[in-house]
Design a protein around this ligand. Structure first.
Ligand code: TXA
Ligand code: MG
Length: 310
């Protein structure tokens, strides 16, 4: 599209000058900057109000492009072939000669890399001579944005430009897997771990400890709308926003569907959008019915559990 082309050009113009630009991805929108520029990366932390000990994911156009920055291994190749571009982030060994800003990795010897699956963003990445570091485009500890409007909601007029790519298809952050040693899931996300198991022919583990050990910044508040959430609810109180994943007849108001037929992909896509909506409607409490703990339901439950601990 013509409009996309001029928006990509504008994004490139700003990024080349070390400004930040919000970019769409299939998972959530990101707040992007030149990963090789200290200046650009410091702007990201400042805009997001994010503590610097929490490292960033770097976004590339294709596998070949990471070779100067990190060590490629067989597990990476297998997963890349099966799922990329897509909602998976790989933690790999950082190369000593890499030009990645020290503020991206926070002195770590590893680098998180990802290949987002959104056409305008892929075209933008292809046009640049550097990769893009991008955390989710929200103020630290707030809900991740899944549309241009959500990013506006987070930052107001503080951003120079938001590249529009329509709503995010997956709507949950990428699944993070460390491939430095034995494969290990660091964050549940938009790619079902079972699919990863199938490709690696093993049972990759996710424990909450993994993330805590490797990334001390990971907090429970992370995905929170700032409103108390009650989980596994059968019957809500009258002042609660009630989130449902299957059709019910007897509720006439205060209810919000993630899906009407327990479709967990659809529910994942709608989760943040729905929580944001409920927040805007100024509800003081949220109740949510039990979400099956399979497929993306696991990721949804992970986010809800964290969000319920405010
Ligand atoms: O879907 C996504 O992954 C989105 C889009 C924009 O790509 N990005 C995203 O970024 O969710 P962020 O910064 O909100 O979350 C990235 C997580 C953080 O919890 C960070 O601690 C972890 O990735 N991380 C970054 N580098 C890491 C590393 N070298 N080792 C372990 N964890 C790392
Ligand atoms: Mg985030």
């Amino acid at each position: 599209m013509k409009k996309d082309l001029s928006n990509i050009k504008k994004s490139k113009y700003l990024l080349d000058r070390n400004h930040c630009v919000a970019i769409p991805t299939e998972t959530v929108y990101g707040l992007a900057g030149n990963a090789y520029s200290d200046n650009a990366i410091l702007k990201i932390y400042k805009l997001k109000k994010r503590p610097k000990f929490n490292p960033l994911i770097v976004h590339y156009y294709k596998a070949q492009d990471i070779k100067d920055d990190c060590e490629i291994n067989d597990n990476f190749k297998k997963l890349y072939r099966s799922f990329c571009p897509g909602p998976i982030t790989f933690v790999l060994k950082l190369k000593k000669k890499s030009k990645i800003s020290k503020y991206v990795t926070n002195g770590k010897k590893t680098l998180a890399v990802r290949f987002p699956n959104k056409l305008v963003t892929r075209k933008l990445l292809r046009s640049l001579s550097y990769p893009l570091a991008a955390p989710s485009a929200n103020i630290y500890n707030q809900l991740s944005p899944v549309s241009k409007k959500d990013v506006k909601d987070e930052f107001g007029n503080k951003l120079k430009f938001i590249l529009d790519g329509g709503p995010s298809k997956v709507g949950l952050e990428s699944t993070i897997i460390s491939l430095v040693k034995k494969p290990m899931i660091l964050r549940l996300g938009g790619l079902d771990v079972k699919k990863i198991d199938k490709i690696l022919k093993t049972n990759v583990k996710f424990t909450k400890k993994n993330m805590k050990i490797i990334v001390p910044g990971q907090s429970n508040f992370h995905y929170s709308p700032g409103i108390p959430i009650r989980l596994n609810v059968k019957k809500p109180f009258s002042d609660e926003a009630f989130i449902l994943i299957q059709k019910r007849k007897y509720f006439d108001k205060n209810h919000f569907y993630l899906s009407k037929n327990k479709n967990l992909n659809e529910a994942g896509k709608k989760l943040y959008k729905t929580l944001r909506k409920i927040k805007h409607l100024k509800y003081k409490k949220i109740a949510i019915e039990k979400i099956p703990n399979i497929g993306l339901g696991q990721t949804i439950n992970d986010r809800l559990k964290r969000a319920s601990k405010i």
